[in-house]
Design a protein around this ligand. Sequence first.
Ligand code: DQA
Length: 148
Amino acid sequence: MAQLLALHGPNLDLLGRREPEHYGRATLAAIDSLLAEEALRAGHRLMSFQSAAEHALIERIHVAASEGVAGIVFNPAGYTHTSVALRDALLAVAIPFVEVHLSNPQSREAFRRHSYFSDIAVGTVAGFGAESYRLGLLGLLSHLASAG
Ligand code: DQA
């Protein structure tokens, strides 16, 4: 059984009522329970954490390393396009992660087209709403299984 972490950046606590045309109607609680169920079905345990604070997300990544977390499903939200410090935290702990986005940032404003995470992620899933998270988790599990 592996320990997994779903990590959510700023404003994702407002899912369900935040710009539904971009992010859909699913709440973060619904997404977290869907992920926990999917992980359990595969015999793993998934914890979740959301924060608007960059330092809190960084500290959660550090704690994940000491907890032996095997993989992270990460939606950095607005920090996708700004955060060298979060990128460095993931590189420091070397925990494999999948980058997920509800919307497809490539089809939106130009400033969303650059991610500080895509080139160091196992993979990226974007544009499928809440389903991006589930597909991201399945991709992460497949990566962990093949990495042994
Ligand atoms: C997002 C896309 C980001 O550009 C945006 O800042 C978000 C959410 C997504 O899930 O589609 O907050 O990561």
